[in-house]
Design a protein around this ligand. Structure first.
Ligand code: AMP
Length: 261
């Protein structure tokens, strides 16, 4: 069985994951999509209650993309009111979104571990859009011996390059018009020669975007999510940007260099 965990408000990015799951499962296997807006991964000042929800459209998308089952528990079904056990990753989750959103990855790991135990998939598909999340889930599966294969799927983008996200709905038309400049900046910066210049170039370009405020821009080792030191290993240039009411994240591969530059 192949599982695609989501928080609903499904869009073309999620749809690509479900179609990928369908291929991985084959004709005989089952594809399960979980839809659960997980309260414990939101901070007290974050958008849990306002997070977009579109239940009937979600079911249509799941059906059209070949899902066999949609698992949509309530918060009360998932969490006992006196819950006291959580899954905490203690290294990869220290930086990037983990630093900006304390407790976020504890919430993510806990809910994903619970989904794995409830649904017992053989394979689970996650998007590269949330690169740090994908790396943390891989680490959790390795360290806790979950017998599950984790498959990463490339980021699905709008035609203008903006990574598709449920939170793009928060953008005004003006903000939406400049939002693709974030990915354009990542691409240009990542193509730079000397690794130290990549961050400076990226920061300069993103700061020029009207209304944008950088939460973080970091070049990290793609597997360990520590600041990149060995440039012969794959790296990820990862960014979070506040734009109006939205906090947008994106990341891009920075290929390994033949030597440390
Ligand atoms: P979410 O519903 O935002 O928690 O996302 C559920 C899954 O869909 C996660 O594995 C995300 O990384 C993935 N995902 C969200 N947006 C995209 C996208 N634009 N491209 C690929 N995967 C995505």
């Amino acid at each position: 069985m192949v599982l695609v965990p989501t928080m609903g408000a499904l869009h073309d990015g999620h749809a690509a994951l479900v179609r990928r799951a369908r291929k991985l499962a084959g004709k005989r296997g089952n594809v399960v999509v979980s839809i659960f807006v997980n309260p414990i991964q939101f901070g007290p000042k974050e958008d849990y209650s306002k997070y977009p929800r579109s239940p009937s459209q979600d079911l249509e998308i799941c059906g059209a993309c070949g899902a066999d089952l949609v698992f949509r528990p309530s918060a009360e079904q998932m969490y006992h009111e006196s819950r006291s056990v959580f899954v905490d990753e203690s290294s990869l989750s220290q930086r990037l979104c983990g630093a900006s959103r304390p407790g976020h990855f504890r919430g993510v790991c806990t809910v994903v571990a619970k989904l794995f135990l409830i649904l017992r998939p053989d394979v689970a598909v996650f998007g590269e859009k949330d690169w740090q999340q994908l790396a943390i889930i891989r680490r959790m599966v390795r360290d806790l011996d979950f017998p599950i294969r984790i498959v990463g799927h490339p980021t699905i983008r709008e035609r203008d390059g903006l990574a598709i996200s449920s939170r793009n709905k928060y953008l005004t038309p003006e903000e939406r018009a400049v939002a693709p400049d974030i990915y354009a900046a990542l691409r240009k910066a990542a193509a730079g020669g000397r690794v130290m210049d990549i961050l400076n170039a990226g920061r300069r370009m993103i700061e020029k975007i009207s209304g944008a405020r950088i939460d973080y821009l970091e070049l990290v080792d793609a597997e360990t999510i520590q600041p990149a030191k060995d440039f012969r290993r794959p790296m990820r240039l990862a960014v979070a940007v506040f734009l109006g009411k939205a906090r947008l994240i994106d990341n891009i591969l920075v290929p390994p260099r033949p030597q440390n530059l």
